[in-house]
Design a protein around this ligand. Structure first.
Ligand SMILES: *Cc1c(COP(=O)(O)O)cnc(C)c1O
Length: 401
């Protein structure tokens, strides 16, 4: 884990006018402790070595960059490459971050970890690392999500985690996040809160980005090896934004590399049933930081919708808000139907079943490649595998398993 000395965020967690930490006095104290510990251990030789070892032998890194020949032929434009985060242990990029935060909890001497989860993917990744490091683990999950994601709930329990249902608000991810924050405030001494994406108060957006930046560091090296040049464009889906930030970060100074973040347009931006915070939202404060979010005229957080539970979040990491404002990255959106079509397309053309989240990146990457020249290249982050989504896809198409 070679640290990239990034100028942002500043010492108080600001990315321009975004980020920061809008939390209670008690939480301020916990965040300060975390900030100091992260600053110290991320520079510690033994910590970095253990992190690298875990990424290699437990997660299975480096993940390959795969040239998608048939997908490229079908698009008829730029060469399409896939960064295979779907091949990681537990099936997505999320484990990169939980390995890092789990190890940090260990070095800080915290015997208990907590996490919030929507679809259950981050909950499973957290329960996995808690089992390995022998820590007690509680995962907060909305009651609505518990019903929708029974298999992941069972997985977490098999791993020894306690899954606590949250019935407040819409009983989904944002409510689970609030409840986890409340737990943390009451149990600061023995508890480490593992946040699952680049959102939340400082230092989470920076720390989660750094733990996921291994994706971009590898991809940069791999693309140079494969084609002796960097890709012309990077494409990644954006829920909270951790897989996209992880891929983008090591390329930020490479001005010739375009970056595209793909949000969930759900049933279409005009329908209101979507989760496209950057494309259709406005700046405000959510979960302890200033960022783009989806709210109504009264300032209430709106109900979101996406075919993929992992993109179904009414906010986004503050660094993405900054990249949007500065124009360094572009943010676009893809509907449920387009993502579903891309899911089938990759499955049939390449024998790779993508997560529905990643299918959003694939749908846009394919359109983009089609408009580019054959001597150009597009690298798409395949953030996770689709096994978890088979039931959803079957249900959408009126089939039963
Ligand atoms: C959770 C998840 C996402 C969305 O989270 P980000 O923080 O935006 O990366 C994307 N893809 C997969 C496979 C996921 O599990």
């Amino acid at each position: 884990m070679t640290q990239i000395r990034s100028p942002l965020p500043d010492s108080r967690g600001h990315f321009g006018s975004f980020g920061g930490s809008f939390v209670s006095e008690t939480l301020m104290h916990a965040l300060e402790e975390l900030r100091e510990a992260y600053g110290r251990w991320s520079q510690d030789e033994e910590f970095v070595r253990r992190m690298d070892e875990d990424l290699a032998h437990y997660v299975g890194r480096p993940s390959p960059v795969y040239f998608a020949a048939r997908l490229t032929a079908a698009a008829g434009g730029a060469q399409i490459y896939l960064k295979r985060e779907d091949l990681n242990h537990t099936g997505a990029h999320k484990i990169n971050n939980t390995v890092g935060q789990g190890l940090l909890a260990h070095y800080m001497g915290k015997p208990r970890v907590i996490a919030e989860t929507g679809a259950g993917q981050h909950g499973v990744a957290s329960a996995t690392i808690a089992a390995r490091l022998n820590k007690s683990c509680r995962v907060y999950m909305g009651e609505t999500d518990i019903e929708r994601q029974a298999i992941n709930v069972f997985r977490m329990r098999l791993l020894g985690a306690e899954v606590t249902g949250v019935s407040s608000g819409s009983a989904t991810l944002k409510d689970a996040l609030n409840e986890a924050m409340r737990d943390w405030v009451t149990n600061i001494d023995d508890t480490f809160y593992i946040i699952g994406t680049v959102a939340g108060p400082h230092p989470y957006p920076e720390m989660v980005r750094d733990f996921n930046a291994v994706v971009g560091r590898e991809a940069r090296r791999q693309m140079l090896q494969i084609q002796d040049d960097l890709p012309d464009a990077l494409v990644a889906c954006v829920g909270g934004g951790s897989n996209a930030m992880g891929l983008f970060h090591p390329f930020i100074e490479d001005r010739d590399v375009q970056m595209f973040g793909v949000e969930a347009a759900g049933r279409g931006l005009a329908s209101g049933a979507h989760a496209a915070s950057l494309c259709a939202g406005r700046p405000g404060v959510l979960h302890g930081c200033r960022t783009y979010l989806l709210d109504d005229d009264a300032g209430q957080i709106r109900h979101t919708h996406s075919i993929s539970a992992g993109l179904d979040y009414p906010g986004v990491g503050p660094e993405h808000a900054w990249l949007k404002e500065t124009g360094r990255a572009k943010y676009v959106s893809v509907t449920d139907d387009e993502a579903l079509a891309a899911f089938h397309q990759l499955t049939r053309l390449e024998g790779i079943m993508p997560a529905l989240e990643s299918s959003h990146a694939l749908a846009y990457g394919f359109k983009l490649a089609a408009e580019m020249r054959a001597d150009q290249s597009v690298l798409i982050n395949l953030s996770g595998r689709g096994d978890k989504d088979v039931e959803t896809v079957a249900a959408l198409e009126g089939l039963t398993l």
